[in-house]
Design a binder for this molecule. Structure first.
Ligand SMILES: [Zn+2]
Length: 165
């Protein structure tokens, strides 16, 4: 890191400490040339490239706003949503890239939302993937039915002979 005082092309770290719940690290540096001290801050980058081409930092809150809308009236609590937003962030970070497309955020939301609530998932997918017709819904529902769901698998292992009227 270049010294901001004398432009010497090296500096020495004299102190490091985590800040902001450990999501950032602040370092105190000293220039071996002029002896001045200065601070730097290190953050794990995760920026979202919007459709307009502008970038903004990833926001769990924005994920929550979108998903909350899809979950209106569904038996989903706020803790579930917070956990979902966390999983979305982890998915995006696990790509190892500093930037993700807005599209990828939408994709990262779909899988955990499907596990959480299938109706909310359909609502979200219908907007996000531009469902245009009943056939689109039918196709998606057929896919959902074909998917092994952990909760369903548990309850269907005990088959009862009579169906609900
Ligand atoms: Zn210097």
């Amino acid at each position: 890191m270049i010294c901001p005082f004398c432009r010497h092309d090296d500096s020495r770290v004299v102190d490091s400490r985590p800040v902001e719940d450990g999501t950032q690290i602040r370092r105190r540096r000293e220039c071996p040339e002029c002896g001045q001290r200065f601070s730097t801050q290190e953050v794990a980058l995760l920026n979202i490239i919007k459709r307009s081409g502008a970038t903004e930092p990833f926001s769990r809150e924005k994920v929550l706003v979108g998903v909350r809308k899809a979950c209106q009236g569904r038996p989903v609590n706020e803790d579930d949503l917070v956990l979902l937003a966390q999983r979305v962030e982890e998915t995006l970070r696990s790509t190892g890239q500093a930037e993700s497309e807005a599209q990828e955020v939408g994709m990262a939301i779909l899988a955990p939302l499907r596990e959480l609530d299938e109706v909310a998932y359909l609502r979200y997918a219908s907007v996000y993937r531009n469902f245009a017709s009943l056939e689109d819904f039918e196709g998606e529902i057929a896919l959902l039915r074909a998917l092994p769901s952990s909760t369903k698998a548990a309850s269907s292992s005990k088959k009862s002979p009579e169906n609900k009227a």
